[in-house]
Design a protein around this ligand. Structure first.
Ligand code: GLN
Length: 494
């Protein structure tokens, strides 16, 4: 069972549970065994909820025997350390939240729980979701299951690595500027960033509130559609959540792409991409064309401004969101501070890591009097231009096809000392967050070093169904998403 489980999708797991081929307790035990074997090398999890998960599995099995249902009854899911799950630690990969236990469920968690899901453990992440490699975690880095010397991407690197390594059937992440899609691409998973507002942010620890969105890391598009169907919908606790009718998303219908117009933003293909990524993306585009899609070139003229605009806005919002960690209300508190000022400053100096401090300083500067208009105000205006670029493009096409990242996974340590270079790797993912759109990445091939490459599909706001149609048809025509890293894996950490 243990080896089989590493390959199962959520949908397959549900079918096995329903058919009585296995029970939830066996499932959780099998996953725990895989984790015990592999995670000492990969380090996807920073907290395991083993006993409670087994109890919940026993309860789920009893409910099933009593004839009760639930779309995810008895199905374990891994959760990025940024979402509150009642009774579990929620530390955001930071020292400053040491000792903090979530007193409530995030809305997306409550909705999964209501359908019977079990929360197996917390996955590693860059501190407060700031980073692209998971190296900024206070808990130490996660490694890429395809090659242990490479980064898994970030900031949801623990979630992506867990799914890729067969240590989780599916996982939740958050995507502020690519943190679901980029690690999914680096680890060979399917990653979905829904439209801003489609999923509630209540209980998601805030990084940059106008950009943050919960997302999924799964083995295929069908599972992404399943999780989204369960979690989507208006939440009175989040005033930015959209009042959409409940939709049953699906990726199962449709084998071809006839009648769809897919755009290639020409600015995304004008250099900067590694040639192996380019080769793989071109082959994936050819598959979509063979499936009947009409491929056309479009232009997003303000693409070059997306990175500076994103980092300004994200840092500005982060600097205010992170003001709440003062040593009084949450987690870590410096010992023996003589007065309140020392308490605040020492707690923050000791509790936050380097990248988080860098961003708080940048963001505070950008918001300070005399500079606000020059930096933050201007970034907001450019954001509008970027959004309009997409509106224009979606007049002529139904979705866009782009690479997810300019390179495949790079070696650990390569970019930690060079933040600008790390930021540039987000070039294809941040525009969707700035414009509030939806994005999906699917595995579409490998480099010659056997590292996965991701194809990104971008849709208009609330265009998830189109993404599922394109991604679903692509996965029916290809087998990239079914590849699993060999275990034991390549790399010196063996
Ligand atoms: N890498 C980007 C950043 O560091 C995106 C992170 C994210 O989406 N949370 O801000």
């Amino acid at each position: 069972m243990r080896n089989e489980v590493t390959h199962w999708t959520l949908a397959e797991t549900c079918r096995h549970l329903e058919a009585g081929d296995c029970c939830s307790v066996e499932l959780v035990e099998a996953l725990l065994a895989v984790i015990a074997e592999r995670d000492p090398l990969i380090h996807s999890y920073i907290y395991l909820n083993a006993e409670e998960a087994l109890d919940a599995a026993r309860e789920a099995d009893a409910s099933r025997a009593a004839g009760k249902g639930g779309r995810l009854l008895g199905v374990p899911i891994a959760v990025k350390d940024v979402l509150n799950v009642r009774g579990q630690p929620c530390r955001c990969g930071s020292r400053i939240l040491k000792g903090y236990t979530a007193p409530y469920d995030a809305t997306v968690i409550a909705r999964l729980r209501a359908e019977g899901a079990i929360f197996l453990g917390r996955t590693n992440m860059d501190e407060f979701a700031m980073g692209s490699t998971t190296e900024n975690s206070a808990e130490g880095p996660t490694r890429n299951p395809w090659n242990l010397e490479r980064v898994p991407g970030g900031s949801s690197g623990g979630s992506a690595a867990a799914v890729a390594a067969g240590e989780a059937l599916a996982a939740l992440g958050s995507d502020t500027g690519g943190s679901v899609r980029q690690p999914a691409a680096f680890c060979g998973c399917t990653g979905l960033k829904p439209t801003y507002g489609l999923l509630s942010r209540y209980g998601l620890v805030a990084y940059a509130s106008s950009l943050d969105q919960v997302g999924t890391l799964t083995k295929d598009v069908e599972d992404a559609a399943l999780l989204l169907s369960v979690m989507a919908g208006r939440d009175p606790h989040d005033s930015t959540s959209l009042d959409t009718p409940s939709v049953h998303y699906s990726a199962v219908e449709g084998f071809d792409l006839r009648g769809l117009r897919l755009g290639l933003p020409k600015e995304y293909f004008e250099g900067g991409m590694e040639w192996e990524v380019e080769r793989t993306i071109q082959a994936a585009i050819a598959v979509c064309r063979e499936l009947g899609a009409e491929i056309r070139e479009v232009s997003l003229p303000h693409t070059a401004l997306a990175i500076p605009t994103y980092y300004l806005i994200a840092c500005a919002e982060a600097s205010t969101n992170l003001a709440r960690y003062d040593g009084v209300r949450y987690g870590y508190r410096t010992p023996d501070a003589a007065d309140v000022e020392t308490l605040h400053s020492r707690t923050r100096a000791e509790g936050f890591g380097r990248e988080v401090k860098r961003r708080i300083i940048l963001g505070t500067y950008a918001l300070s009097r005399g500079y606000y208009e020059e930096y933050y105000g201007r970034a907001q205006r450019v954001r509008t231009l970027i959004r309009r670029d997409f509106e224009e493009a979606f007049r002529n096409c139904d979705a866009l096809l782009t690479p997810t990242t300019p390179t495949a996974a790079y070696p650990l340590g390569e970019r930690v000392e060079d933040p600008l270079r790390m930021y540039l790797g987000d070039v294809y993912t941040v525009p969707a967050n700035l414009a509030g759109l939806c994005g999906l990445t699917v595995p579409c091939g490998f480099t010659k070093e056997l590292l996965p490459v991701g194809l990104q599909m971008l849709g208009p706001a609330l265009g998830e169904s189109v993404l599922f149609r394109v991604g679903g048809a692509f996965q029916k025509a290809t087998a990239w998403h079914r590849q699993r890293p060999p275990f034991p894996v390549a790399g010196s950490a063996r």
